[in-house]
Design a protein around this ligand. Structure first.
Ligand SMILES: C[S@@+](CC[C@H](N)C(=O)[O-])C[C@H]1O[C@@H](n2cnc3c(N)ncnc32)[C@H](O)[C@@H]1O
Length: 288
């Protein structure tokens, strides 16, 4: 990210969520605040999206990852989770439309420059701050999540749900692993949902061409994709940290779950969304 500037990929992800509301009527992921937090109207969103039709794939992936995370969070709430940490929140609006109200405590963690800008956007859009929300500014490359969360009143003794969307690809490998290690260390269990991509070298020629266009765009924004995972190696590392249940959806699983009937036109490799849960009382399980 540019020093002192809000994340430009956070703006881009928020644009894709807003465009999904306008162009696909929020069919995968419905977010009534998506346009308001950006401060744009439907016409300007539709015009900008039409200027770059190749953005459709990323738009749908972002809709899927957010929907998957919020569905998993709702299921975890039903099982008693009352604390959520939104890591690298960007312009994510969950805290401002949280269906569980004050029964769910929310911590929004982000880079200080992005978080300060978001708070201004919320104010400009007249979106009220719920009492259940605490902002936690953290630079993952320089600071320890555990210490910053503890200072903000995070309760380690509670089972917690973490979302970590659109962040891992931008982090250095050494910055990535401290976060799942912290999550796995929580004494009463935790869940994390994040997204990642297969290594570029493993993509088909068509997938590689799509990837290279996207990689060039984010690099131009000053936020290059630098971290990838081979799924089996990632799962093994998560299990070694103490995650006992792993649900990983790559392109074929995403296609059959969210785009039935279109599965054959999608590649085998690319973006994944994954849920990993620590629960010492359950047997180890890897679902794909
Ligand atoms: C692509 S955006 C995703 C935002 C949001 N999760 C979403 O899905 O719209 C990447 C986010 O990661 C955050 N981020 C990137 N590097 C970071 C770092 N070193 N420390 C803290 N946050 C970071 C950015 O501030 C930004 O909010």
């Amino acid at each position: 990210m540019q020093v002192g500037q809000p994340s430009q990929t956070a703006v881009a992800a928020a644009f894709h969520r807003a465009a999904h509301q306008v162009l696909e009527q929020g069919r995968i992921f419905s977010d009534p605040l998506a346009l308001r937090i950006l401060g744009e109207d439907a016409q300007s969103i539709a015009r900008r999206a039409a200027e770059r039709p190749s953005g459709r794939r990323m738009r749908l992936f972002i809709a899927v990852r957010t929907r998957f995370a919020e569905d998993a969070l709702a299921a975890a709430f039903e099982r008693g989770v009352r604390q959520v940490v939104v890591l690298g929140a960007g312009l994510d609006t969950y805290a401002y439309r949280n269906p569980f109200g004050e029964r769910l405590r929310i911590f929004e963690v982000d880079h200080p420059a992005t978080q300060a800008w978001k708070r201004q956007r919320l104010q400009d859009a007249a979106i009220p701050l719920p009492a259940s929300l605490t902002f936690v500014p953290v630079d993952f490359d320089r600071e320890t999540l555990a210490a910053r969360l503890a200072a903000a009143g995070f309760d380690r003794a509670q089972q917690t749900f973490f979302t970590w969307l659109g962040v891992v690809p931008y982090l250095k490998q050494e910055s990535v692993w401290s976060t799942p290690a912290f999550i796995a260390s929580l004494p009463h269990g935790a869940h994390v949902v994040f997204d990642y991509s297969d290594p570029p070298a493993s993509l088909s020629p068509e997938g590689r061409a799509v990837y290279e266009r996207g990689a060039a765009r984010v690099a131009r924004l000053g936020e290059a994709w630098i971290t990838y995972f081979e799924p089996n190696q990632l799962h093994a590392k998560l299990v070694a940290l103490g995650f006992s249940e792993i649900e990983d959806h790559g392109p074929p699983q995403i296609a059959s779950r969210y785009f039935p009937g279109r599965a054959r036109s999608l590649p085998d490799k690319g973006g994944h969304v994954i849920r990993a849960t620590t629960n010492k009382s359950r047997s180890r399980e890897v679902k794909k």
